[in-house]
Structures are given as structure tokens and as C-alpha cells.
Design a protein around this ligand. Sequence first.
Ligand code: GUN
Length: 291
Amino acid sequence: MPNLIQGRIIAEKIYADLRGEIAELKTRGLTPGLAVVLVGDNPASRAYVRSKDKMCRDLGLHSVKLELPADTTQAQLLARVEELNRDPAIHGILVQSPPPKQIDEAAIVRALDPAKDVDGFHPLNVAKLALGDESGFVPCTPLGCQRLLIESGTEISGAHVVVLGRSMIVGKPLALLLMRKGCGGDATVTVVHSRSQRLAEITRSADILIAAMGQPEFVRAEHVRDGAVVIDVGINRVDDPTMERGYRLVGDVAFGEVSPKTSAITPVPGGVGPMTIAMLMSNTVKACRQM
Ligand code: GUN
């Protein structure tokens, strides 16, 4: 049987460390503050925003949840971002993606104060990641994937990591992070995507396979080498009338047929998801410390 890489348990360890840091900041009169902005009523986004807010409160962080109507204009959203940029009680700002169609997301990200960009999406933070400048913010999901690998004792240095997916939220920053010099890096990284040829041939050569393309159960047994470590970033809602809520959550990996081939694999839910929120809390504490 493969090892299950339990994100919930690893996230608890991160929270234990963060509680100590937050207590220390409070003795200096500082309480890290996070603002999460949600435009519209996408049910999955609402659920994420709720859990981020709950975790802030659990840790004793200052939490602001801004829920704006689906017809919010670009100018209205920009005005709210600028208010948060100026607010000294707020150290981190996250605008939940994806926003409604009328919003130019890239322009909103550029308007964020990079020192409060705990998502790590601002061009300055993307550049800092590429340059290896540790003062920048790294996106939370890639950071969580790297931490899962480290905490599960997976050797990253020198390993062939294949990342499926090239999004700005996961695939691209994850590739940069794992190829960085030093601890948690030094991997040989290949990124494959929807236009890649000989995809299965490439993924079968991975020591570590990270699925982040947002397609339910795309990765099958034929994509995975015996003994590989598999990290499943996907959280997809698929209709299931047998479930009370009408859907179930599946990853980008067909867990049933893939897991017997692996040496270790993350479950969905309970793998990468809890780590993403833990890394957001960690980035918020870092933003407060660096303010
Ligand atoms: N939507 C899905 N993942 C993320 C994330 O990490 N940050 C933001 N802002 N939106 C998301």
C-alpha cells in the first residue's frame, strides 16, 4: 500500500508553529490581518473564502471578508483594493479567482501593494520567485505542494518532477519553486500541458508527478511509473446524485487505479487543499513581520 500524504496533519504542524509566531508578534502590539475579497457567488469560491476566514479567526488573526455583488465594476473593485492597500491593520490581501467576466484580473493584481500580495500573483513577486529573492511571496498552492514533499520525506533534489498544467496559480510558480537552488529545490522540472506530445511517456519518467490541470481524474495508471510520488492538486466537483449535496470531490488523479502504483500519494480532499490555506496564513504572518 502507498503512503498517504496527509495534508490535514501536516497543516496542523504548520499552525502549531504559526501560533507561536503570532503570539510573539502580539507581544509587540502586532496582529497580522488578512482581507479576502470575493466578487460574485461562485459556490466553490464561497466555500474557500469561508474556510480562509474561519482559519484566520481560529489563529487569532484579524480577518476581513469582503463579499461584493456579481455586477461589481472594475472601478469599484479597484477602489476597494486601494482602500485595503492603505489600511494599516491589513497585511495581506487576496482577491479570490476567478472573478466575473467584466473584471480585468491582471489589472487588479497589478493594483495590489506587492508587500500585501499574499497570493504571490503580482509581477514583482513573480519576478522575485524567478530571481530567488526570499523577500517575495510565493503562491500558496505551490508552496503547499513543496511543503508536502518535504514533510513526507520525499527527496526533491535531483529528482525528475513532472508538473501537469501551466497555470499562473500553480504550474508555472511550482516549476520555478522546485528548480530553485537549495533546500526544497534543485529538482529537474518538466512542465507538460494540453498541447504536449508524448505526454504519458514524459509523465512515466517522473519520480514526482504533480497533477494541476483541473481535469477530473485525468491521470490514469498508464501515466505513472511504479514507485512514483504523486501530488494531486485538483479539487473538482462532479455530479453525484447519490450524495446528499449532489456532488462529490475528485482530484485530477484517478486515485483508485493510480494509488497502488505509487510509493506515496495525496488524497482529495485532505491533501493539497488544507496546505494551501496553511500557506496563506503563513504568508500573512510573513507580510506582517516584513511590514
Ligand atoms: N482560486 C483558486 N486558488 C486560488 C488562490 O490560490 N488564490 C486566489 N486568489 N484565488 C484562487
